[in-house]
Design a protein around this ligand. Structure first.
Ligand SMILES: Nc1ncnc2c1ncn2[C@@H]1O[C@H](COP(=O)(O)OP(=O)(O)OP(=O)(O)O)[C@@H](O)[C@H]1O
Ligand SMILES: [Mg+2]
Length: 248
């Protein structure tokens, strides 16, 4: 809200965020969330891929600096760095890892990026405890936001998005929501696709009679065949990370 209403934010003394971290288990919606911010703000979305920068002959640190110099020319932008733990690993250790120069470069880049308004840096990680503590220090990131598994209300909305409109009235949404406690959005998407595929195959192989459409049963079957990504252990570690590292 402060980013989309900067004048009002200023009147109320609210300082818009310039950089944030999203963390959470795989498939919970970090990338989706970052893209949704850009789309809400109607700002361009620029994703920086550390792995691609690494292949440059100039080296990752130099490429990172040049990339941010180019981004500097944009008036409004949401910059997204996924899997930031790859370039913001804990420093220390002998001999120093070649990644340390990159971590240092990133630590310098963030304050420079924060100087101008109208821009937001979003970093995402599945593994926040691997990050260099200096990276998460106060002043670098305005918020460190956990993105966890969807609750009932969120699962309801996600299921609704993945079931074809025409089939929605005949599907017991509440049953699907109950059956998918512990599912990530990506797991729900996987189960929804499975159900669609099974019902579709049934429809095209039945000749003559009107084929039965997508049913709640199709979805429940697909759900029972879906292995969830986030194990109990990972969910527990995530709770600990929220306790220790989240900043909202
Ligand atoms: N809020 C949401 N509503 C509906 N679908 C969602 C939502 N968030 C995520 N999804 C779906 O779940 C899938 C995984 O989401 P996304 O890629 O954003 O997760 P992630 O946290 O970035 O995963 P990773 O850690 O693997 O990068 C996507 O295909 C997306 O369509
Ligand atoms: Mg992602």
């Amino acid at each position: 809200m402060p980013l989309s209403n900067p004048t009002q934010a200023d009147e109320f003394g609210v300082v818009p965020p310039r950089s944030i971290v999203l963390f959470g288990p795989p498939g919970t919606g970090k990338t989706t969330f970052a893209k949704a911010i850009a789309s809400r703000l109607e700002w361009p979305f620029v994703e920086v891929f550390p792995s691609r920068l690494a292949s440059s002959p100039k080296g990752l640190a130099a490429e990172l600096r040049e990339t941010f110099d180019r981004i500097e020319e944009l008036d409004n932008v949401v910059v997204f760095i996924d899997e930031v733990e790859e370039i913001a690993v804990r420093r220390g250790g002998e001999p120093p890892s070649p990644m340390q120069a990159v971590t240092n470069e990133l630590l310098k880049t963030i304050p420079a990026f924060r100087e101008k308004s109208g821009r937001l840096l979003v970093c995402a990680t599945n593994f926040i405890r691997a990050l260099d503590p200096a990276f998460l220090r106060h002043g670098r990131f305005d918020y460190v936001i956990p993105i966890g598994l969807p609750d009932e209300e969120a699962r309801h909305a996600i299921w609704q998005g993945f079931i074809p409109q025409a089939a929605l009235p005949q599907i017991g949404l509440d049953e699907l929501v109950r059956a998918t406690d512990g599912f990530s959005p990506a797991d729900i998407e996987f189960a929804a696709r499975g159900a669609s595929q099974a019902a579709f195959e049934r429809a095209v192989t039945i000749n003559g009679t009107t084929p039965p459409g997508l049913s709640t049963e199709d979805y429940l079957t697909a759900i029972s065949q879906t292995r969830t990504t986030v194990s109990a252990d990972v969910a527990k570690e995530f709770e600990e990370d929220i306790e220790v590292l989240a900043r909202l």
